[in-house]
Write a protein that binds this ligand. Sequence first.
Ligand SMILES: Cc1cc2nc3c(=O)[nH]c(=O)nc-3n(C[C@H](O)[C@H](O)[C@H](O)COP(=O)(O)OP(=O)(O)OC[C@H]3O[C@@H](n4cnc5c(N)ncnc54)[C@H](O)[C@@H]3O)c2cc1C
Length: 395
Amino acid sequence: MNADNHFDIVVLGAGPAGAAAAKRAADLGLSVALIDRAVFPRHKLCGALISPRALAAILDVHGVSLPDEACLTSRRVAFKWQGEVLREIDAPYPLTYTTRLDLDHWLQRSAIAAGAANLEGTRVSEFREVENALVLEDGRRLTYGVLIGADGAASPVAKHLFGRAFDPDRIAFAFETEVPDACAPDALMSIDFRIVRWGYGWNFPKRATRTIGLGGIKSVDQDLKALMTAYLVQEGVDPAAVTIKGAHLPGGDYRAKPGRGNVLLAGDAAGFVDAITGEGIALAIESGALAAEAAAEAIRAGAPSKAYRAYFARVKPIQSELDRVRRIRGIVYAEAFETHFKSRLKTSDWVASSFFDVLAGRMTYAEVEKRFAQKAFASAIKGLKVWPAKRRRRA
Ligand SMILES: Cc1cc2nc3c(=O)[nH]c(=O)nc-3n(C[C@H](O)[C@H](O)[C@H](O)COP(=O)(O)OP(=O)(O)OC[C@H]3O[C@@H](n4cnc5c(N)ncnc54)[C@H](O)[C@@H]3O)c2cc1C
């Protein structure tokens, strides 16, 4: 830590978003402190399916690819519906699975190696926004040009700014367990689209375990814990033999204003999670890096308080995409659409390829929406033998 405890940027939270913010800030030549209450390596509840989009973000920010020995890759995917296997397919690219214990430690080390001061194992006890300062629980006072809250779904920085992080009724809640079961490199993953309503269940292969979990919107009337027990039985696991943990997943309710002045929110703290796929790692890394770039721009212009404006302009496209996710989710999960959705999952190559293209970052939800509208239009006109104008003429 420097002598006067001042940093251009202080990042709270050293998960994927915080590590990306700290790495990018250090690469841009800024002084940066990376704080986390945990000492790494630490556990984090997560399926840890690392999408191609997330892999690309890791390469972009950290300059290297995830080490192979930390990952299991497989193309094999099953789509299920309350236990019924609808189809088994090969993904168009290998899917990468890891553990957050390994991934987050590796990302945090990358930021520290780039020059970020490592302040792990400590919490913030006080925010002093007027002084551009925060006080750690051991009494140290840090001052900053810009503060980046990358402190997860229960973000203390968001609470400080807005009174609370999220309305728990509007975001998802997930249960998950690690089943000791070493998996072969080409092991099958499955997603069950109807084990819960407004969400899904996952069974992901790992090198030493299988990660089985489900997530859904809490306010939809359903007992997620009971459904998790039933899901484990369905997947051949004795619920009494494993430890089930739960956590919020802020998909579906991003922060319209992810910050204020010289305080920015990134990753889960800003609600940047895809509410259909449940994926948050890619957006965490992308938004963390964008927050550091916006902070650098404002600091260099001598106006750290303009960091939020610079950041908002950068994350607006993420928010527009998340709006589309919400709209599409409303259709996909609507009860009236259920039978259609099930049959499309079973037979439609377009639905499967869209799922993988979105995960890869090759297709935006704007494009999904457009293709969706074209398909709906095509099927609506399919039954028409003649155009209405001709019909009128005949009459
Ligand atoms: C069950 C589950 C399964 C998921 N599966 C996937 C998946 O397969 N693929 C995917 O892409 N996404 C998945 N997600 C989403 C993904 O985990 C998150 O979107 C991602 O972790 C967000 O990264 P982050 O850096 O913003 O936050 P986090 O990873 O939550 O990091 C926040 C950090 O802040 C620290 N912190 C919090 N409070 C304080 C404090 N007071 N003081 C100091 N430090 C603090 C924490 O210790 C933590 O290290 C899943 C989420 C859940 C809950």
